[in-house]
Design a protein around this ligand. Structure first.
Ligand SMILES: N[C@@H](CCC(=O)N[C@@H](CS)C(=O)NCC(=O)O)C(=O)O
Length: 202
């Protein structure tokens, strides 16, 4: 399977990290977003939204949307389970994924897009919106810290896709100056544990 990816972007990183946890090998094709390779006509055929990731199967089928890719792979490769072992665990993993995508990942992208110089010539930035979203991200860091004071991983006692979503979102905040701080000791303990997993380097 071929994965169109970008080493700095959080969405393809979710898939790379998931695949590494599963021991699935992907033929990774780097798409240089900074150079605009994703806007080239050739890549628009691969992904009409000009986004990464795109998973290309041996029969030419192309699958977009990082979480849909991982959920589909989970159906094919259920062990080790990363979306929960039963209905109750799946409920918790998916609940946290949904929450983190809306309250952590998307606000983090808004901070980056509206306050970082990378986007200055690429987007009509609204810095006040970016700063407002920074407060949303920091509130979610605090909520994560409170959660992780009581459990080892985001969705419970075992590592799951919810941890991948949280970890990759937090890392993506770094270029915008977003970091777990002194007040987030529990989240930092969890962050270091996830960072130590080989999949974090995928
Ligand atoms: N919902 C999609 C989002 C994909 C997405 O936003 N990809 C970003 C990188 S993280 C991208 O390709 N951005 C290109 C651009 O904004 O120009 C997914 O989860 O795969």
């Amino acid at each position: 399977m071929k994965l169109y990816s970008n080493r700095f972007a959080p969405s393809p990183r979710r898939v790379r990290m998931y695949a590494a946890e599963k021991g699935l090998s992907l033929d990774v094709v780097e798409v240089d977003l900074a150079a605009g390779e994703h806007q080239a006509p050739g890549y628009r055929v691969v992904n009409p939204l000009s986004e990464v990731p795109t998973l290309e199967l041996g029969d030419g089928t192309r699958v977009t949307e990082s979480l849909a890719i991982c959920r589909w792979l989970e159906e094919l490769h259920p062990v080790p389970p990363l979306f929960g072992r039963d209905a109750d665990e799946r409920r918790e993993v998916n609940r946290w994924i949904d929450r983190l995508m809306f309250r952590l990942y998307v606000p983090t992208t808004h901070v980056f897009r509206h306050t970082h110089s990378f986007w200055a010539t690429r987007l009509q930035q609204v810095p006040a919106w970016g700063e407002q979203q920074r407060t949303t991200v920091l509130a979610e860091y605090a909520a994560l810290d409170a959660l992780l004071a009581e459990r080892e991983y985001v969705a419970g006692a075992t590592f799951s896709m919810a941890d991948i979503v949280a970890f990759t979102s937090i890392d993506f905040g770094k270029p915008s100056g977003l970091r777990l701080g002194e007040a987030h000791a529990h989240a930092r303990r969890w962050y270091e544990a996830v960072k130590a997993r080989p999949s974090a380097a995928a």
